[in-house]
Ligand binder design. Structure first.
Ligand code: COA
Length: 419
């Protein structure tokens, strides 16, 4: 497919891939954000009247919308729709998120999009999918409600109180599924010349990601109680209170179990019928599980987090202090990997965020521009799609688009934070 000339610099594994998306908040846009960080040309269609509601957040938007180009366009009227169709003619991937099959209901069907670009990969993101029970598919959905519907939420919290897993895992897991499925479909479309339509239902993403214990349930194992701070069915896995903070422990494996039992004063259990010398898992339904947990709790309370982390790590037990934000960002390891970076907003103010992950050795991602202002790139992107300046001016004066209010020159590259 011909890649249109664009102001996006050439870099990354997705160099030359053009993505157009029309969505708000996190789930679909953060998929586009990842692709923009890996080099794709990402055009972000925003409601000309209100903009993306993500603009109301404080700093996170600066990370979630960097490297993107904002076009203020309403695709739900005749002229706006014809602009959208022109934009997708030069695109590889179109992503939209809405309450079920809204785009098709408003005339923007897959078939219409394919008339204009037969190889287009279309990704529909919604809470519940494009079809199914009608009153379900048309519902608004956010992370919390799809966690609740999928059984994901019911697995977190304490026995008395279900709790959503934070932050916004339903959105962020969805964005990973969007990236994966869009690029898989693009690979196929490039080979065949025939596009794809992908139906990403957020609840199904969580059903897939959260199916570990549900598969047991489906096969006759009773559902485990919500775990709280400890594992559902194994001893010595969970968050334990120490003298000066919390530690995350994941004691698993033969030599690890032997070491643990000896260390907490229960070495005489090792090699017994209940805990033979090849015991790799300390099950919660084992005869001394309560005793093991109690002794481990008591032991941890006598330990300093850093000392225990080191001691257990040295003998091959997975253990880590539960770090608060100030401790995370002070870690030398993160500094060496440039995991936290700093760049400048459009106004020139410094802003910090997470770096570009994962690290590609030969085609690294980068931050080439900050989040654009609403509609900042409308004129440039429409010109790239073949609209004359007179046409752009006329569309702007009639409110079909919001013409660019600020010049679309690129900002200089960001500089990684000096940690
Ligand atoms: N220009 C003009 N109007 C636009 C537009 C644009 N570029 N993009 C959307 N609109 C319209 C919508 O069609 C809708 O019109 P309507 O009220 O007449 O139906 C209106 O603006 C509101 O847009 P919408 O995105 O539906 O916002 P909402 O606040 O009603 O719902 C969500 C927001 C996120 C709950 C809903 O879009 C949704 O369920 N999306 C799928 C799941 C999802 O992504 N959830 C968010 C995860 S972070």
């Amino acid at each position: 497919m011909e890649t249109r000339k664009s102001a996006v610099p050439a870099f990354g594994v997705l160099e030359g891939v053009k993505v157009v998306y029309s969505a708000i908040e996190i789930a679909a846009p953060s998929a586009a954000a990842l692709m923009a960080e890996w080099g794709a040309d990402v055009v972000w269609i925003e409601n000309p009247r209100t903009g993306d509601s993500m603009r109301d957040t404080s700093y996170v938007k600066e990370t979630e919308r960097r490297n993107q180009r904002s076009v203020a366009l309403n695709p739900f009227n005749e002229e706006g729709r014809s602009i959208l169709l022109r934009l997708i003619e030069g695109a590889d991937i179109f992503i939209e998120s809405s309450k079920g099959p809204v785009y098709a209901q408003r005339g923007i069907t897959d078939e219409l999009l394919w008339q204009h670009n037969p190889a287009l990969v279309i990704v529909h993101v919604s809470g519940y999918g494009q079809y199914g029970v009608p009153e379900r598919v048309n519902r608004a959905a956010y992370d919390l409600t799809v966690q609740a519907y999928s059984g994901y939420l019911a697995q977190n919290g304490t026995p008395d109180q279900p709790m959503a897993a934070c932050p916004y895992v339903g959105d962020y897991f969805t964005s990973l599924m969007v990236v994966g499925s869009a690029l898989a479909a693009l690979q196929k479309a490039r080979g065949t010349g025939r596009g794809e339509s992908v139906d990403v239902a957020m609840y199904e993403v969580l059903l897939r990601i959260g199916s570990y214990y549900m598969v047991d349930y489906l096969n006759g194992v009773p559902a485990y109680p919500r775990p709280g701070a400890r594992h559902q069915n194994l001893c010595a896995i969970g968050e334990y209170k120490c003298e000066d903070g919390f530690i995350g422990l994941c004691v698993y494996g033969v030599k690890q179990n032997k070491y643990l039992l000896e260390r907490i004063g229960l070495g005489d259990l090792w090699g017994t019928e209940a805990y033979p010398e090849d015991t790799s898992a300390l099950w919660l339904n084992g005869p001394s599980a309560g005793l093991i947990e109690r002794k481990l709790d008591e032991f941890c309370l006598t330990q300093k987090v850093a000392d225990l982390e080191k001691e257990f790590s040295d003998v091959g037990i997975a253990a880590n202090a539960v770090l608060e934000f100030d401790q995370v960002v002070a870690e030398e390891h993160l500094a060496r990997r440039e995991a936290i970076v700093e760049w400048r907003t459009l106004d020139g103010d410094p802003v910090k965020g997470v770096g570009i992950f994962p690290k590609f050795k030969n085609n690294p991602g980068r931050i080439w521009r900050p989040m654009p202002s609403l509609g900042m790139d409308t004129d440039v992107v429409l010109a790239e799609a073949g609209y004359s300046s007179e046409e752009i001016e006329s569309l702007g004066s009639r409110g079909v688009i919001k013409s660019s209010q600020a010049p679309s020159e690129l900002r200089p590259d960001s500089t990684p934070a000096k940690a």
